[in-house]
Design a protein around this ligand. Structure first.
Ligand code: ADP
Ligand code: MG
Length: 360
């Protein structure tokens, strides 16, 4: 039994991570923290504690206090913002983690830095214009053409993204957020619009070696019709896909930000008009929200070996355990399965041949 602490445990990803650990034959003692007093009620944990937000100076001391009190051996900070703070100040928390160093995670926290790093290594990315001020919006459209994808450099879930058909639209959008949020113009980038498939590549690495990975295509987002960009963070419909080109470019992108990857790396890919997979994000130290859910489904409903429970695999590797059976490096999950999920409807596994199974 391992005593595990999951931070952000009340978020979708946290709830999925805890559920997957519960499906492991190793009986974990699980503690959850969250700053939201309602969401903290959701995960199936043995003990729950409120914490301040990760931006609060008290966040790390509070997590350390919970670790001490509960005799925690392994800490999984689920939201990447919290993982980054933990990685930066990990020495203050007396237990194991399985995170990349903060200097690596910093690259993933900034979409502009990521784009520059990947481009320098010859990895396909969207052509990007860095804004310094209002006057640059027109210049960006002149240089890159139209339409363009506006996005914030920091944050998750497609923060402040919008497809803009011309400079006037982009200026109105960005001006609004600069006025409201106090973000400077330099917080925004304008990118070539990538209209093709939206793909996630989820992976776990140890000591510089890829342990396992799989790819899925996002097909729908919840509430997309009432969101300006249509991107609402986590998909309501996605399917497992298998694509060598995706595996190759995603693997190279992880190695471009971290020569010795260690932990979980979630890569986002969007295809260009001519079908070229371009990297939009390399989130190091991060489990995408449905990664633990897919792992749970793999062992509970698809009959895959224990190693396919990705949350459990992550804790075992993070605890320094040697795996008996070795998972495949790519295509951990079989192509063709769809995961359908939405508020109040539960979650279903589905295939084009009519197979349907309620999984939550
Ligand atoms: N240049 C782009 N063109 C079209 N869509 C994009 C572009 N960049 C990002 N997106 C969309 O926005 C989503 C969120 O962006 P992502 O890079 O994953 O950052 P984050 O998840 O941190 O918001 C992507 O999955 C993709 O669908
Ligand atoms: Mg993303």
């Amino acid at each position: 039994m391992t005593r595990v602490l999951v931070t952000g445990a009340g978020g979708l990803a946290g709830v999925n991570f805890v559920r997957a650990l519960r499906a492991s034959p190793r009986k974990h003692y699980i503690v959850g923290t969250d700053f939201n007093r309602f969401h903290i009620l959701y995960p199936d944990v043995d003990a729950r504690y409120p914490t301040p937000r990760h931006t609060d100076r008290e966040f790390v001391p509070r997590v350390a206090e919970v670790v001490e009190r509960e005799g925690i051996e392994f800490l999984h900070p689920q939201p990447s913002s919290e993982a980054y703070v933990v990685s930066s100040r990990g020495a203050d928390i007396p237990c194991r983690t399985f995170l990349p160093p903060a200097r690596v995670m910093r690259v993933g926290q900034d979409k502009l830095l990521t784009e520059k790093r990947l481009r320098a290594k010859g990895i396909p990315v969207a052509r990007t214009y860095q804004l310094e001020g209002r006057q640059d919006v027109r210049a960006a459209f002149k240089e890159l053409g139209a339409p363009l994808w506006a996005r914030a450099r920091h944050g998750a879930g497609g923060r402040l993204s919008l497809l803009c058909k011309d400079a006037a639209e982009a200026s109105l959008w960005i001006d609004l957020w600069v006025r409201r949020g106090g973000d400077p113009y330099s917080e925004f980038i304008l990118q070539e619009y990538l209209p093709g498939r939206n793909i996630a590549w989820d992976s776990i690495w140890r000591g510089g070696r890829l342990v396992t990975s799989y790819s899925r295509e996002r097909l729908e987002y919840p509430f997309r019709h009432i969101s300006p960009s249509g991107i609402t963070g986590t998909p309501s419909v996605s399917r497992i896909v298998s694509d060598r080109r995706v595996d190759e470019v995603a693997r190279r992108s992880v190695l471009a930000v971290d020569p010795r990857p260690n932990g979980a790396y979630s890569v986002d890919i969007k295809e260009s008009a001519d079908g070229r997979p371009c990297i939009t994000e390399v989130d190091s130290g991060k489990f995408h929200s449905t990664m633990p859910l897919w792992g749970y489904i793999a062992v509970k409903h698809l009959g895959l070996p224990e190693y396919a429970n990705l949350a459990d695999l992550y804790v075992r590797l993070g605890m320094g355990e040697d795996l008996g059976e070795v998972p495949p490096e790519t295509d951990l999950l079989p192509a063709g399965y769809y995961l359908l999920r939405d508020m109040d409807v539960g979650a279903y596994l589905w295939r084009e041949d009519g197979f349907k199974l309620k999984v939550l």
